[in-house]
Design a protein around this ligand. Structure first.
Ligand SMILES: *[C@@H]1O[C@H](CO)[C@@H](O)[C@H](O)[C@H]1NC(C)=O
Ligand SMILES: *[C@@H]1O[C@H](CO)[C@@H](O)[C@H](O)[C@H]1NC(C)=O
Ligand SMILES: *[C@@H]1O[C@H](CO)[C@@H](O)[C@H](O)[C@H]1NC(C)=O
Ligand SMILES: *[C@@H]1O[C@H](CO)[C@@H](O)[C@H](O)[C@H]1NC(C)=O
Length: 487
């Protein structure tokens, strides 16, 4: 990729000292910004929660800092008064568990003796050997941490949002920005990288200071809000720690679609099929995605799979998200009520302040969390719901499903509520309107399919969740029968 200032440098003749300095600094910025890769894998659309943000927003491939203005965004007589954003952390390293499985698979390949290279298929023999030699870049300490690319994801998102909503992100309003994050490193670091992006927006060309000097209080860590799933007893007992709750995931792992891939991969890699299982196949697929997202290389791990395999492995990933974070069990989404209500408390407060002609105390609220934070919330709101549940047995029927996690929650995915104040409103209700953006595109409202809603209508549509969903009750385990108390 060529980025403007670099081209300028090459074309320039005898620059003055000042110009040279300016060019040098933009060159430095350029090399930082220049994506390490223009490598795309044919498998990229199937990486599920390990999808790169730019694969969902291809416009960003050529210029990741240019705002992608959705033509449906309100403008004119409606001005944004508040933005509440839920942001998934940027690109991350594999978890320690994934790294352990990868090492196991790699060991299996390295243990193949020369005797295992049965004569017959030279090209296939090549792949097993290539993978045995392909270095494992991943070490235990990396355990799910944010990578440099993930910092860029956040920095660039900040720059785009700041250009899209210049008044909200004005310097004056920066001091009123609120940042809430999950305690996980990758989320705290994502928040910091986002703020650095904003700093750059205010001081183009200067390198940002430490986050601690950024005149925006320390991030407030709130796991009850951003990792509500860890705090919901009913979810933990009935789903997370329940061996049978993910029945369909386990059944699909041993079902015909996965068995075909297992047999094929065993043949391609020349390892006994009994040494492989669905988890190892999945980690090979993830490694293809990690090598692409983190290192910008198309790794030989990708060569194991064709597109049909990728679709099956995507389904396996989606099945798990569906049963653990989506519509599979009601408690998955109900456990996010508090977060949903929290968003509306911010919006309510802004509306009240505006009605009293006071400045909005928190024009920008940023909340950093996980795919596991966003999926339950989107399910609670009724998005991406298929007519039939995703099961181990309806892979074919679900080929065109709505619930595709790669399209919904790639790295750096974001769900943004924009509250507008509209002039010339005929009724007081029309004064306040809302748009919801998912990954910077306007998300039609679940109740009307419109791209904008009166704030009152939206609250009315979600009345039940706003009024009758108390996490303390939803997350309580069904009472054990103890009649003795009542006697
Ligand atoms: C700060 O944000 C408010 C919206 O809450 C906006 O009306 C105002 O113009 C912004 N301030 C500046 C200086 O842009
Ligand atoms: C070798 O592998 C290729 C690709 O997997 C396949 O198309 C071909 O039929 C195989 N050849 C033999 C002799 O097995
Ligand atoms: C575990 O999940 C299964 C399937 O949903 C359910 O029938 C069972 O009651 C759950 N077990 C517990 C302890 O909640
Ligand atoms: C639970 O309580 C109900 C009435 O409150 C009673 O009829 C039932 O037998 C009790 N069940 C058990 C398992 O104790």
């Amino acid at each position: 990729m060529l980025c403007g200032p670099c081209r300028l440098l090459r074309a320039s003749v005898a620059p003055t000292a000042a110009l040279a300095a300016a060019l040098l600094s933009s060159l430095a910025r350029c090399s930082l910004q220049e994506p390490k890769d223009q490598v795309a894998s044919a498998l990229s659309p199937y990486f599920g929660t390990k999808t790169r943000y730019e694969d969902v927003n291809p416009g960003l491939l050529s210029d990741p800092e240019a705002p992608q203005r959705d033509p449906e965004l309100l403008e004119g007589s409606c001005t944004p008064v508040q933005l509440v954003a839920l942001i998934r952390h940027g690109t991350r390293y594999p978890t320690a568990k994934q790294i352990r499985k990868l090492r196991q698979l790699h060991g299996l390949l390295q243990a193949r003796g020369p005797g295992d290279d049965r004569p017959g298929n030279a090209s296939d023999r090549g792949l097993g050997a290539a993978l045995a030699d392909w270095p494992l870049w991943y070490a235990d300490w990396m355990d799910g941490q944010l990578v440099e690319k993930g910092r860029q994801d956040m920095r660039q998102l900040a720059l785009r949002l700041a250009s899209l909503f210049p008044a909200l992100f004005s310097r004056e309003n920066y001091s009123r920005l609120r940042l809430i994050t999950s305690s996980k490193h990758r989320c705290v670091d994502s928040g910091a990288a986002f703020l650095r992006g904003l700093w750059e927006h205010y001081h183009p060309g200067l390198s940002p200071p430490d986050v601690s000097d950024m005149e925006c209080g320390p991030p407030s860590i709130n796991d009850k809000l951003m990792r509500f799933f860890d705090h919901c007893k009913k979810f933990l007992t009935e789903v997370e720690r329940n061996a049978t709750a993910l029945y369909h995931v386990e059944a699909f792992k041993t079902g015909p679609e996965m068995q075909n891939i297992l047999k094929k991969v065993a043949a391609v890699l020349q390892v006994p099929v009994n040494n492989l299982n669905a988890d190892l196949i999945q980690v090979a697929f993830f490694t293809c995605s990690f090598d692409l997202a983190i290192r910008g290389v198309k790794s030989p791990w990708c060569d194991i799979f064709d597109i049909d395999d990728a679709k099956v492995l995507e389904y396996l990933n989606d099945l798990k998200q569906y049963w653990k974070r989506g519509y599979g069990y009601t408690i998955n989404s109900r456990s996010s009520c508090t977060l949903f209500q929290d968003i509306f408390q911010h919006l309510d407060k802004a509306v009240e302040e505006k009605q009293r002609s006071q400045p909005v105390s928190s024009p920008i609220v940023l909340q950093f969390g996980h795919a596991e934070t966003l999926l339950p919330l989107l399910s609670l709101m009724g998005y991406f719901k298929d007519k039939e549940p995703l099961t181990a047995y309806n892979y074919e029927e679900q080929i065109h499903r709505k619930f595709r996690s790669g399209h919904i929650v790639p790295y750096a995915s974001n769900l943004i509520f924009v509250l507008y104040h509209c002039e010339n409103a005929k009724t007081p209700q029309e004064e306040f309107q809302v748009q919801i953006l998912l990954n910077e595109k306007v998300l039609p409202l679940a109740h009307s399919q419109e791209t904008v809603s009166l704030y009152e209508d939206l609250k009315n549509h979600y009345k039940d969740i706003l009024q009758s969903c108390q996490t303390s009750e939803e997350c309580e385990l069904p009472k054990v029968n103890s009649t003795s108390d009542e006697l």
